[in-house]
Design a protein around this ligand. Structure first.
Ligand code: ADP
Length: 529
């Protein structure tokens, strides 16, 4: 059987199957119905093409070529209408005009103004010749074709996401289809170019059908698989039709059944994959939105804490300053019984200043605004200084605080002195605060082979549970239950700030404890220089 006859069969079957498929996916949707009508026009055209090619007499061939033109007239009109709806273009008068013109040409089609007669051209025994009305039809056809492609391209450029991808497929399909279909028109004017592009109609319908069906066509590989399977089916189907012996027909038909069954299975699993992926994509999108919202809230919270802390700072400084001036006698002598409460005011406001400073540090860390000024620091000297600064508190606590280090050596690290002082103060403060009685041992040593300087602060205090160590201790605003019982005031941010500072020094901070009431040891490790 000749190539053109086969391509006519392939086009008819492909278009019918795809048209029905699209219709079955949305029987009431205008767009699906229009696509179905469009594929019917192609089926009509292809079948007439088939009968025209196998015609025996010239009269038969002439009739079929006229019938064929009914399909050819309606293909561009229905397709244009389909595209206008797909692109959501409202009230396009060119759609109405196209239908009116189609009916005019339909009438002319059965006169000799359209198809004059048929004669031998190239290998075709009966090829039609164009009459004057046919040329007008062709010009109008050309206009609608170019306009359709233009609309598609405009839509494609303006759209984003899935719709853009769909339009890309439709655009490619349309260009392939029209270019293929156009190869039919040369012979009408005795230009000796054969209609080799005919079979491309199937590719065209396939691409457009996929664009409609696969609304979420993000995986080109998946679509390629489906196209391939479909092509194999059609190829074997054609083999069945063209087989010459009964055995061959049986064999091809058997093969078709097997291939179709496997194909269906593959397509099913592919569809499942698409669905799963779509689901995952949807969830990921939701998660992203939730994440963004959380980030926003976190930022708002940081801003709030920052503003509130700044607002607290000035009045606190005033309270602290005036309390100190009252105690100094700047406002004259004060009675002995006033001294103690004013002292308490001053101590409390001092504590508050520290807390506010810690809050400000938290927001600085979160907003990435913490600034470091690295210099060489001897941590042994620095820690000694920290101890001597709080010697009144140590004395008041009644604890035995020991400082153990190799006296002759310096332990130098690259650090921001003020920030590291803050870390050491926090560790020592905590050790004293959470140790009702006993001792605190501070030790500084060097692991020479690992080039690390290790500071440890060991106390015999209230200790902590493994769970608290593992999950919460260096987190923001976290306080242990036993710590809360012992000291109701405490912000739970000191260790968070300390750990962020140590991290910024490429160091490590951790804690060990044998459980509640068994004391704890905090470790800080810095790279030695
Ligand atoms: P705060 O001391 O203000 O509560 P920190 O961030 O300094 O905040 O400490 C967080 C928590 O870690 C404390 O509330 C306490 O539960 C626990 N903690 C810190 N140091 C010690 C320690 N030396 N012994 C026992 N628990 C401690």
């Amino acid at each position: 059987m000749d190539f053109y006859i086969i391509s006519a069969i392939v086009n008819a079957i492909t278009s019918l199957v795809l048209g029905l498929l699209v219709l079955s996916q949305g029987k009431t949707k205008k767009i699906n119905i229009l696509f179905f009508l469009f594929t019917l026009a192609i089926v009509f055209w292809s079948l007439s093409y088939f009968f025209w090619q196998i015609s025996i007499t010239a009269a038969q061939a002439l009739s079929w070529s006229r019938i064929l033109m009914v399909g050819a007239i309606f293909i561009p009109v229905l397709y244009f209408h389909f595209i206008v709806i797909f692109l959501n273009i409202k009230n396009n008068f060119l759609v109405y005009l196209a239908y009116i013109l189609a009916f005019v040409f339909l009438f002319l089609d059965f006169t000799s103004y359209f198809v004059v007669d048929v004669s031998q051209k190239l290998d075709f025994k009966f090829w039609p010749s164009a009459g004057p009305a046919y040329s007008v039809f062709l010009l109008i056809w050309l206009f609608y074709t170019v306009y359709t492609v233009y609309l598609l391209y405009r839509g494609f450029s303006a759209e984003k996401g899935i719709k853009r991808k769909q339009l890309m497929y439709i655009l490619i399909g349309t260009i392939i289809g029209y270019a293929g279909g156009a190869t039919n028109y040369f012979l009408w004017y005795n230009i000796l170019i054969p209609p080799i592009g005919n079979v491309l109609e199937s590719v065209y319908v396939l691409l457009v059908a996929f664009a409609i069906l696969r609304y979420h066509m993000f995986n080109i590989k998946v679509i390629a698989t489906e196209l391939f399977i479909f092509a194999v089916w059609i190829a074997i189907l054609v083999e069945v039709f063209t087989a010459e012996t009964a055995t061959k027909i049986m064999f091809e038909a058997g093969l078709l059944v097997v291939v179709v069954s496997f194909g269906v299975l593959i397509i099913k699993s592919v569809t499942k994959e698409i669905e799963t992926r779509e689901e995952i994509e949807k969830l990921a999108k939701k998660l992203k939105t939730a994440n963004n919202r959380l980030r926003e809230l976190d930022q708002q919270k940081s801003e709030f804490v920052s503003i509130a802390s700044h607002q607290l700072r000035s009045p606190l400084t005033a309270i602290k300053g005036y309390a100190s001036m009252i105690l100094d006698g700047s406002f004259g002598d004060i009675a002995e019984e006033i001294k103690s409460p004013v002292n308490k005011i001053m101590e409390s406001s001092k504590r508050l200043v520290y807390i506010v400073e810690d809050f400000l540090n938290v927001t600085r860390i979160e907003q990435g605004r913490m600034q470091y000024d690295f210099v060489d620091v001897d941590v042994k000297e620095l820690f000694k200084d920290v101890i001597s600064n709080i010697s009144p508190t140590i004395k008041e606590s009644g604890l035995d605080v020991n400082f153990d280090t190799d006296k002759g050596l310096a332990y130098v690290v690259s650090a921001d002195k003020g920030k590291i002082r803050q870390v050491f103060s926090n560790l020592l403060d905590n050790a004293i605060k959470y140790t009702p009685s006993g001792s605190v041992d501070v030790k500084i040593s060097e692991d020479v082979s690992a080039k690390k300087i290790i500071i440890s602060v060991k106390d015999s205090g209230i200790g902590m549970s493994k769970d608290f160590i593992n999950n919460k201790i260096f987190g923001k605003f976290n306080r242990g239950g036993n710590a809360r019982d012992l000291h109701t005031d405490g912000s739970g941010v000191g260790l968070y700030v300390a750990s962020e500072i140590v991290k910024s020094h490429n160091g490590k901070i951790w804690v060990e404890s044998d459980g509640e009431n068994n004391g704890s040891t905090f470790f800080v490790e810095f790279p030695a220089i």
